[in-house]
Design a protein around this ligand. Sequence first.
Ligand SMILES: Cc1cc2nc3c(=O)[nH]c(=O)nc-3n(C[C@H](O)[C@H](O)[C@H](O)COP(=O)(O)OP(=O)(O)OC[C@H]3O[C@@H](n4cnc5c(N)ncnc54)[C@H](O)[C@@H]3O)c2cc1C
Length: 809
Amino acid sequence: MKSHLQAAVIGGGVVGASVLYHLTKAGWKDVALFERSELTSGSTWHAAGGMHTLNGDPDVSALQRYTIELYREIEEISGQSCGVHLTGGVILADTPDRMDWLKTAHAIGRYLDLDTELVTPQEAYELFPLLDPACFVGGMYDPVEGHVDPSGVTQAYAKSARIGGAEIYLHTKVEDLQPRPDGSWDVVTDNGTVHAEHVVNAGGLWAREVGRMVGVELPVLAMEHMYLLTDEIPEVTEFNASTGRQMMHALDFGGEIYTRQEGKGMLIGTYERAGKPWSPKTTPWDFGHELLPPDLERITPSLEIGFQHFPPYGRAGIRQIVNGPFTFAPDGNPLVGPVRGLKNYWCACAVMAGFSQGGGVGVTLANWMTEGDPGFDVFGMDVARYGDWATLAYTNAKVRENYSRRFNVPFPNEELPAGRPLRTTPLYDRFKARGAVFGEAYGLEYPLWFADEGEVAEDIVSFRRSNDFSNVGREAAAVRNGVGLYETSGFAKYSVTGPGAEIWLSRILTNRTPREGRLILSPMLNPKGKLIGDFTLAKTGNENFYMVGSGPAEKYHMRWFEAHLPEDGSVEVRALGLDRVGLMIAGPASRDLLQAVTDADVSAESFRFLDFRAMEIGPAPALVGRISYTGDLGYEIWMAPEYQIAVYDLLMEAGAPLGLKPFGLRALDSLRLEKSFGAWAFEFRPIYGPYEAGLGRFVDLAKNDFIGRDAALREKEEGGERRLVALSVDVSDADSFRDEPIWHDDAVVGRVTSGGYAHVAQQSVALGYLPRDVAEAPGTLDVEVLGDRCPARILREPLFDPAGARMRS
Ligand SMILES: Cc1cc2nc3c(=O)[nH]c(=O)nc-3n(C[C@H](O)[C@H](O)[C@H](O)COP(=O)(O)OP(=O)(O)OC[C@H]3O[C@@H](n4cnc5c(N)ncnc54)[C@H](O)[C@@H]3O)c2cc1C
């Protein structure tokens, strides 16, 4: 074994092998993979090898496509066959809702240049003549689907990596990881210790154990998974003989079944409702190339539907049942990237579809390690999307839920119940008693909308406008006409203190730091000039700042902050979490309401737009900023949690004569769309620059050097590739939501980043990016909503208060 490495990859499944290959491809030659047994000794060896591009997250979809296209490359380099069968596949809908989902998936596919096609039941039958067309309402054909040989793929990655300079140490178990003061690692194996600058946890079934070696509890759980292989099916061999082709893949939402040809019969896999976790707390190290006992009873409900939908299956004998474990994160997406607080420790774990995603995970991580940036927006699979709240028990509940819903239609207004409520603020019970319907982000409950008395406080899930529509409209109107109250505790709050705080903030943010008692808005950029955050920043004292950003990005941002802190200890950044909670009041009567609960002078002259100061709200000490995300006059009130109920009760009482109404996130979204305001993770993402996003006014190129300045300057001079625009869309009963394609004449040129109904303006609005020339001189624009092309026009100014007079009043 070598004594020193640039990177040690732990785990020789398909994911570790892909990471190793991509590291060599990126130019790191001094890298090695450690495998406790033979390659593929975790879940990889018994996988069904299926691959496809379709994914609920278009960014993950793009990486899946990359994976599939990569097989030719590694076959050429290694001379090792991956056993690729690109048969194509058909996804089958047995209900109109499921067909609606396929329509949205097909539309998203257009933007990603996928060649999918919607088909009738009869056309689906012609593609896959084992199905009964009477059981389906339609389907979607995807030419880029098929299967590979799991072992062949892993070997092809491994051989390609070796050719690129990597070493692979088989029968070498990593037993411990010891950090050195410079951030590098001693990798302790049963064959000796190696010093590595970076380590990668690609431990698959043992990812938790490799996390625990460094004190990290990763939210990963393995589930048992079964597929069966049938005996020969005459219809299959007849199809093969008459067409010269293999049967293609099919996926049946109703039966929760995927199926493809294997030999002269078929392979049938299920994601059953009653999924079973495997080794929920620790994975035994002596688990090897072995299968779990089959449990046909568990998958019988799925098979019964399958036998109706695919009649020849009911007549076929079962040749073999494979039951094996593989891992999931709570939302089913991988956990990739550097772990906050640990230098040079990287994750490539919880990859539940290694043969669709392994390549994408490998290239992402290799980019990140070698260039400091993944090169795409990978937040959907970033390990930092989970905080410490994602415990073993939470993960267990969510993974089981996710597994059981693998083939469920995800509705845009659907909130999933497992593992909730977990994190709540003091107001939870108050809001619940008022009829709040809750959503959850970063483990925290927050109101989406409020049901009226006597109404059921529950969403009816749908792709179209639903039962919340008029309530959300009334909440939005309350803000525009009087005053509304919204809980802001879900935002991330940071305190930045110390003698170096101001200089540091000026270096990581694009805007000039504010004077004491004032607020600014500021994007944060990476060195490539792409948006990695947007914040409000207030100066609260000589060396003290209070910063607010996106809640779900708290850990993601802390990881960045900590990696960029000066080493002299002159700056301290602290995420305040729920040690600081908040309320927003907004609307033309919000000043009167605030004045009614404080002795401080909050008149327009004394407390101006973007002022920020400490004041007492009733008896409670608070920090108050005059700022608006609704586009109306508004205030954010921040306090310690022990005061929140008192402040809330006081506001509700004082607000009653002013018509005060609590509102939820859906009304807030409606109000911000009316103002064409973007939001983090939707419009503001690491694939866009600040000028493209319309945030140029918050970039002060003249102040001092800041991260991303050169790239931002270039973007400003060259104009950027795209522009964020707001569109008014002519729809019927369904609004755009996210990712719908935007058509320009007869080509798809963009996708919706967020859409919905602007209740007060009474228009359906979509935000999205268009190529700059199209945004400047559009011809005919349409937004495709549920398969219909809906005419759209660019809003050159916000629908509400274009001059911004209301929030500055
Ligand atoms: C029945 C079944 C069917 C499936 N079907 C499909 C499918 O059709 N399509 C698809 O894409 N996916 C499928 N999968 C999932 C697929 O198998 C996984 O996505 C994939 O194998 C994950 O690979 P991995 O490299 O992350 O983990 P693993 O395959 O678990 O590999 C981890 C490796 O790390 C090694 N290791 C762990 N800790 C250490 C250590 N400390 N030191 C040294 N070595 C260590 C292990 O020995 C192991 O070889 C299926 C899984 C199962 C069980």
